[in-house]
Design a protein around this ligand. Structure first.
Ligand SMILES: [Zn+2]
Length: 258
């Protein structure tokens, strides 16, 4: 097992990790680095192109896979969740990997489709919709390998930890970790399966959580929902007008609920 930390390991954004097992390579996430993308938006005020995104460092520089001789060995892309720093770069890079299938949960793939539409690029790769808590066999040069999507929680829905089960042990990919036992939508993380995988051989664990270096305990999504309810309760119904600006899909979901 060889791991290439393509992007997101020393910054918040453009997450991308490549894992090579024998003669097969698997990509985990392919995101935007938002400050770079915003800079580009302000300068060019038009759609993004691959060269301009590369220039501002808005996407992972996966040309490292060319120099490693890994590029033509990529068999599949797995997406952990729908945030832009995990899927935003994909529409601009996936054409470099023709015939490679992209796996993600229903919500993640829907968000990806809207990004593809917005970016006006043509994608020929198959987008495979898979559910949380499911295992899939991927064709490899040695026959096949299993990838598992394990249900977890975060500030958007339909998130997964990803486990690539290899003969050497499991490669476990757990970015944007946030265990929320009271999610506003969906179920709590699948602790049982995490335990089972942990008890077997995990060869490598890639794990990351914002603010993990602080003592602060992040509130569950329920707390955020209550804060929104509180803000909305101050509106004088029938008299006041309000303009809501939101940037995350999870917040839109809450607005719908309220
Ligand atoms: Zn995230």
């Amino acid at each position: 097992m060889e791991i290439c930390t393509v992007g997101g390991f020393d910054e918040v954004g453009k997450n991308m990790t490549a894992v090579k097992i024998g003669e097969d390579v698997f990509i985990f996430d392919c995101g935007f680095f938002l400050p770079g993308v915003i800079e580009l938006q302000e300068i060019e005020k038009i759609g993004y192109s691959l060269p301009s995104l590369r220039r501002v460092g808005g996407i992972p520089d996966e040309r490292v896979l060319d120099s490693l001789g890994w590029k033509d060995k990529v068999r599949a892309v797995f997406l952990s969740h729908a945030h832009l720093d995990h899927i935003g770069g994909l529409p601009f890079l996936i054409h470099r990997y023709p015939n490679v299938e992209v796996y993600g949960t229903p919500f993640t793939i829907e968000v990806l489709k809207s990004l593809i539409e917005d970016s006006k690029v043509k994608i020929t790769n198959k987008l495979k919709v898979v559910n949380q808590d499911s295992i899939h066999k991927i064709k490899t040069s040695e026959g096949g390998i299993e990838v598992e999507f394990i249900r977890t929680t975060h500030s958007t829905i339909d998130c997964s930890f990803l486990a690539l089960h290899t003969k050497e042990g499991t490669f476990f990919y757990a970015l944007d970790l946030k265990f929320d036992n009271h999610p506003t939508l969906g179920k709590p993380p699948n602790y049982l399966r995490l335990k089972e995988i942990g008890n077997k051989k995990v060869k490598a664990l890639v794990i990351d959580a914002l603010y993990s270096y602080t003592d602060k305990k992040p509130g569950g999504e329920k707390i955020a929902e209550h804060l929104l309810e509180d803000a909305f309760s101050k509106i004088n119904r029938g008299k006041d007008k309000a303009l809501f600006v939101t940037t995350f899909t999870s917040q839109i979901e809450r607005l719908n609920n309220i």
